[in-house]
Design a protein around this ligand. Structure first.
Ligand SMILES: Nc1ncnc2c1ncn2[C@@H]1O[C@H](COP(=O)(O)OP(=O)(O)OP(=O)(O)O)[C@@H](O)[C@H]1O
Ligand SMILES: [Mg+2]
Length: 471
């Protein structure tokens, strides 16, 4: 029970039984609610949200369309309309609610006196309704919740599992409202974002908000969104579900990097790099260089899953027959001893199958530092007059990297598909949502370009022949 009962509840005026389109929260006498903020009138997709009765409803759109405000207003309207109703506001962490949803709710949505924050855990209404505040960082509290509505702010922070658990918390068991609903707001994400699967499967209804749905929007407020570039602009200004979430290799330009195959002169230096895989593709790339510091041509790739180590070694040897290979650079993990399985390292198997012998300098482990490695890849991709001037080379010397695209289809497809790791923008993401990114070709590319950029570390010499001392 509230210790000090609120004194006022705002009134709602509805007509024609359609709460959604005509709902107006009257300006109350509460302090802090100005004519600008009340009455609240939902527009466009925000109004559709009020009318929606589906079990899962997501309002998606660019920044500053009034999505969050609409979700909170709907929650508040429902709590006021249905005495004794139970709702929740949910975010990934409880802490993040304070500065976002709660701030908007208290400042704009709930007229002073309509409800009271209790113990930092819930808003209690005079009519017995309650809105609980949950962070998914405290799953135990959430487990005991059963209610009519829940609003997830920034659903992109959640996992599929988080969301599915929430759908089981708003089921109407002991419900007070005529419908139960999980609502959420979202800025567009990459096309394979997990929540879009629920849209495709018909589990969730999506509504698309526009800037014109926010009556307070001004040119001045749009200016920072207009100034965005790349995928952020596409998503936050235009509301597009674009991939290339921070397209990692922004230097990539098919007109610059892809070329038709040509016969490679005998005397050019050639080398090979390998990224190991079994369930995921095993990738080998073949390179040739016209001169030190000159163009690097990727002239062959093999990208295939389910190849045994012996088969991989045989492919390297067979495909390189009649070619003078200088070095074979391996994924450094291929040197890991496998003593517990009583097996030689993969590098030792390659050695036994002739890979050391086929190349002048034998095999060597690739450079392990990913972030430094990516900067070497970027350097090989860089082009343009400005970069050429900086490096004191001719513009046509750049980019150094050229890919024979008909011979390297997987590399050609996957290089531009790489995205930034949201937790470490310096790195390539290995997953988007829960979907693995096809980074095997670019990992191989990284080993191959690093080997060219810097001679193998001295300790590599001792590691390369006997698999890290594993026997
Ligand atoms: N119908 C409305 N009447 C008055 N103010 C509104 C209305 N709709 C939105 N606003 C105001 O516009 C601002 C932006 O709204 P809100 O934060 O809900 O946008 P959003 O779409 O959730 O943005 P983001 O994607 O950045 O989270 C808020 O200050 C909100 O109070
Ligand atoms: Mg918002």
């Amino acid at each position: 029970m509230p210790s000090s009962a609120p004194t006022r509840a705002e009134t709602f005026r509805t007509t024609g039984g359609n709460v959604a389109s005509t709902l107006v929260v009257e300006p109350s006498s509460a302090v802090g609610l100005t004519a600008e903020t009340k009455p609240y009138r939902p527009l466009g997709a925000n109004a559709e949200l009020f009318a929606a009765r589906e079990h899962e409803v997501v309002i998606e759109g660019p920044a500053d369309c009034g999505k969050s405000r609409a979700c909170l207003e709907k929650l508040h309207a429902a709590m006021t309309k249905y005495p004794g109703a139970r709702a929740a506001i949910v975010r990934k962490t409880r802490k993040s609610l304070t500065s976002t949803a709660m701030a908007t709710f208290e400042r704009y949505v709930a007229p002073e006196g309509s409800c009271r924050l209790w113990n930092g855990e819930e808003y209690r209404y005079t009519n017995g309704s309650k809105i609980y505040l949950f962070g998914l960082d405290d799953p135990e509290r959430l487990k005991s919740f059963e209610g009519d509505m829940a609003y997830v702010q920034e659903v992109s922070e959640l996992t599929r599992e988080d969301w599915e658990i929430l759908t089981t918390r708003v089921t109407g068991r002991g419900g007070t409202m005529p419908y139960q609903q999980l609502i959420a707001d979202l800025n567009p994400r990459e096309p394979n974002f997990w929540l879009y699967d629920r849209e495709r499967a018909g589990n969730a209804r999506f509504l698309f908000a526009k800037h014109s749905d926010n009556p307070t929007i001004t040119a001045q407020r749009l200016a920072p969104l207009e100034a965005l570039t790349g995928y952020l602009r596409d998503r936050l200004l235009l509301g597009l579900r674009v991939a290339a979430e921070g397209m990692y290799f922004t230097e990539f330009d098919p007109r610059q990097h892809l070329i038709d195959a040509f016969p490679i002169p005998e005397d050019w230096m050639r080398w090979i790099s390998v990224d190991w895989g079994f369930a995921n593709p095993w990738v080998a790339l073949w390179y040739a260089r016209d001169r030190p510091g000159g163009h690097i041509y990727v002239y062959r790739e093999v990208s295939a899953a389910k190849l045994r180590d012996e088969e991989q070694a045989q492919i390297l040897v067979e495909r390189s027959r009649d070619e003078h290979i200088q070095l074979v650079v391996l994924d450094p993990s291929m040197y890991n001893p496998r003593t517990e399985q009583n097996r030689p390292s993969i590098a030792q198997i390659y050695d036994a199958y002739g890979v050391t012998q086929m190349s002048r300098s034998g095999m060597a482990p690739g450079f392990n530092n990913r972030v430094q490695g990516w900067s070497i890849v970027r350097r090989a991709l860089a082009h343009g007059a400005h970069t050429a001037a900086q490096r004191k080379v001719e513009p046509e010397d750049l980019p150094r990297l050229k890919i024979m695209h008909q011979r390297c289809p997987a590399l050609t497809r996957n290089l531009p598909a790489m995205v930034m790791d949201p937790l470490n923008p310096e790195d390539v993401a290995d997953k988007i949502g829960h979907v693995r990114t096809p980074d095997d070709e670019v990992d191989a590319l990284r080993y191959g370009l690093c080997a060219e950029a810097q001679p193998a570390a001295p300790e590599a010499t001792s590691r390369l022949v006997f698999g890290g001392g594993g026997g």
